[in-house]
Design a protein. Structure first.
Length: 103
């Protein structure tokens, strides 16, 4: 369960937007150590809906992707720390694009 209502809203919102275009796992657990990905998106092989209607999100969601929404602007250090954690060789998601959704 998420700590803040905004975190849950952001995950649910991304999940609902992306659901017609692929498989959405929110949250998704990462192997190696206890780590949770907010939204892991796997696009359908054949798109039945126009993903371009989502604008920039649609462009980001054309391939397997991880989305991490933040409720507040994140510092450069927070982003580096998070990206470094996911680039750990113990994780199985090292080649998946990581997109931060920041206000």
């Amino acid at each position: 369960m998420t700590k803040f209502i905004h975190d849950q809203f952001a995950k649910d919102y991304l999940e609902e937007l992306l659901k017609p275009y692929g498989k959405v796992e929110a949250p998704s657990h990462v192997s190696g150590e206890v780590r949770e990905i907010d939204v892991l998106f796997t696009p359908f092989l054949e798109q039945k809906a126009d993903i371009a209607s989502l604008g920039l999100l649609g462009k980001l969601a054309t391939t397997l992707a991880i989305f991490e929404p933040f409720r507040n602007p994140a510092s450069t250090e927070e982003i580096r720390t998070y990206a470094k954690c996911l680039s750990n060789p113990h994780f199985s998601v090292t080649s998946v694009p990581l997109w931060f959704v920041i206000p």
